[in-house]
Design a binder for this molecule. Structure first.
Ligand SMILES: N[C@@H](CCC(=O)N[C@@H](CS)C(=O)NCC(=O)O)C(=O)O
Length: 203
């Protein structure tokens, strides 16, 4: 069975939500944050970087959540969550996935470092405020592009929502962080009404 090394409130939500949507059986292996970083007796032999999520599926070991999403849809599909390359929304489908990981996630991580993870005397208000501005700027652009539609692309839930939904959830969880703009707030509510998403957020 698939094993996913996991800590709550991080990018493994993408993978858990996807597996819940697709009905893939998995075991969650909780990893805890110790004085020297993430700790688990089995962990270092799979992932010398010690990052989560880490997915182990037989001989396959993966340490990038976005790649895990593509792998699982291909290996355990077909699934309507994967949009075909000839669909008119395929470029937007790719855009959201890359935007969330490459343009937004790092600022969310920086914000969390300076509000939660670093020891208080290592936190910087300047870095936190800059991260907050960077997040807000990208949220405004996501809001503009998202518009009033129900889902990120193609009028259906796809892997683009796996990324955008995770990003919205991460922003909502920030301590005194920026609020989601209006359309994304409604979108997040729709996601929370979705049983697979709600289950994944409780892991
Ligand atoms: N791009 C990777 C990021 C993995 C990553 O850096 N995870 C963070 C938590 S969100 C982590 O494990 N940090 C601990 C560390 O770097 O030691 C992914 O999407 O899976």
């Amino acid at each position: 069975m698939i094993r996913l090394f996991h800590m709550p409130t991080i990018r493994s939500l993408r993978v858990i939500w996807l597996m819940e949507e697709m009905g893939i059986a998995y075991e969650l292996v909780p990893v805890s944050l110790g004085p020297h970083g993430l700790e688990h007796p089995d962990f270092a032999r799979y992932n010398p970087l010690n990052t989560v999520p880490t997915l182990v599926d037989g001989d396959v070991v993966m340490t990038e959540s976005g790649a895990m999403v593509s792998y699982l849809m291909t290996k355990y599909g077909p699934t309507e969550l994967a949009l075909a390359a000839d669909h008119r929304d395929y470029p937007a489908y790719l855009h959201w996935q890359w935007f969330c990981e490459a343009s937004l996630a790092e600022h969310i991580v920086t914000y969390r470092l300076h509000t939660e993870f670093l020891p208080p005397d290592h936190r910087s208000e300047t870095a936190r405020d800059q991260a907050s501005k960077d997040i807000q700027k990208r949220l405004q652009e996501a809001e503009r592009r998202f518009g009033a539609q129900s889902w990120a692309v193609a009028d259906q839930v796809t892997a683009a929502d796996i990324f955008l939904g995770h990003a919205c959830h991460a922003v909502v969880g920030l301590r005194e962080g920026p609020a989601l703009p209006q359309n994304l707030q409604r979108y997040y509510q729709r996601l929370m009404d979705r049983p697979a998403f709600a289950r994944a957020t409780r892991c």
